[in-house]
Design a protein around this ligand. Structure first.
Ligand code: NAP
Ligand code: FE
Length: 368
């Protein structure tokens, strides 16, 4: 069967990458909306300063929307879109972790399309504003993906808006912006990046090209995760490796999407307040145990070996070391967990499709 690839981002990677992008802004627009997180990290790590300098030199005007919370809600995105409309922004620049980047992508849709939540999730839009993405965490790969993951409080979960139209036109990655990431955020986001590589490698939708990205990401990130159990302070080479690995993971899932850990993790984030990457890390040992028991495909073992693990026990110990034990769930919570997870479209994207009893098994495994 023929396979397809759809990579539309131009990527600039390395030290001073924003300055190096000055000649790439010419055709993108004249009035930007910059989208950043509400904690103000983009102001502290220098990324916002560098971007504003770049825009000023290019005679581009800008406004700043600085209200994006972790796991951004649709309401926050709508507020950002209203600002973009009021200011007649003609392109959007997201700076930050996956939350501001995803919010920027969704604002790019809603700034030029009047859509209710159903219409948005059903992708009933033709045009979107161009997006530039500048990651300051090394985890989601959102700077190169066609996804925006938003929290819909009334649906009590997170939902993925997936469209190649929101893949950032330009991704600018400078590891220097990630240097002051708190250690906890560094670990959680690195685990998210690793989970992208792993889920992509074992995805039904994997292709020879996505496997190439996933294998390299597994190799780089497996080594870095091991290192994160030993040290607390990272040097620039390690920051660069994490950012590169995270971008590769993003390239891999751009084709394949994610699968079981992401589908199950949304519950832990929404109801238990566990960060996205850490939630995936709590689930991955049960997920790999399930895969090893239920699939004879050589890729399952290969994924562990490529990442530098001799066996499942080593993998599970490392994940527990980095992400800790899953929270206690009562019977009603477990029922809700399973019901919610069964609705996720990406469940069937794993090398073995899980039945309801398999999800229950993985949940009990994770809680044990
Ligand atoms: P995040 O929610 O964007 O940020 C987490 C925390 O880190 C925030 O407090 C943020 O502060 C802070 N932070 C960010 N950069 C920093 C820096 N350089 N120095 C210090 N603090 C910094 O975390 P994330 O894990 O990157 O993103 C998670 C979101 O991405 C989730 O909603 C997840 O579902 C989504 N995701 C998207 C994709 C995709 O393909 N689109 C893939 C996987 C996950 P501020 O408030 O200042 O920003
Ligand atoms: Fe993720």
């Amino acid at each position: 069967m023929p396979w397809q690839a759809n990579y539309s981002s131009k990527i600039i990677f390395g030290s001073q990458a924003v300055k190096e992008s000055s000649n790439l802004l010419e055709d993108i627009g004249k009035n930007a909306l910059i989208v950043i997180g509400q904690g103000g990290s983009a102001r502290k790590n220098g990324a916002l300063h560098d971007v504003c300098e770049l825009l000023q030199n290019a005679s581009i005007t800008w406004d700043i929307f600085d209200q994006v919370e972790a796991n951004p809600s649709i309401d926050t995105v709508r507020a950002g879109a209203r600002l973009a409309q009021a200011n007649k922004s003609d392109f959007i620049i997201g700076i930050g972790g996956g939350s501001p980047l995803d919010a920027a992508k969704a604002i790019a849709i809603l700034a030029v399309n009047e859509l209710d939540n159903d219409a948005l999730l059903n992708l009933q839009f033709k045009n979107v504003l161009p997006v530039i993405a500048i990651p300051t965490t090394a985890g989601t790969g959102s700077e190169v993906t066609p996804y925006a993951i938003l929290t819909f409080p009334l649906m009590e979960t997170k939902k993925n808006i997936a469209s190649p139209k929101i893949t950032p036109r330009l991704a600018i990655l400078d590891p220097a912006y990630t240097c002051d990431l708190p250690f906890r955020v560094t670990v959680d986001t690195a685990v998210d990046a690793y989970s992208h590589a792993l889920e992509s490698y074992l995805a039904v939708r994997s292709t020879p090209l996505s496997e190439l990205y996933a294998r390299e990401a597994l190799r780089i990130l497996g080594k870095q995760l091991e290192m994160l159990t030993k040290i607390k302070k990272l040097d620039m080479d390690q920051r660069e490796a994490l950012l590169y690995g995270s971008m590769l993971g993003g390239m891999a899932i751009s084709t394949t999407g994610t699968s079981i850990p992401h589908a199950m993790g949304y519950y832990l984030t929404f109801f238990k307040g566990i960060t996205h990457g850490r939630a995936n890390g709590m689930i991955m040992p049960a997920y790999m145990d399930f895969n090893l028991r239920r699939s004879n495909h050589p890729k399952v073992k290969e994924a562990l070996i490529l990442s530098g693990f001799q066996n499942l026990e080593q993998f599970a110990d490392l994940m527990t070391d980095l992400c800790g034990q899953a929270p206690v769930c009562n019977e009603a919570e477990k029922d809700k967990f399973i019901t919610q997870t069964l609705q996720a479209k990406n469940l069937v994207n794993n090398i073995v499709s899980p039945a309801q009893e398999d999800l229950v098994w993985m949940l009990e495994h994770m809680l044990s």
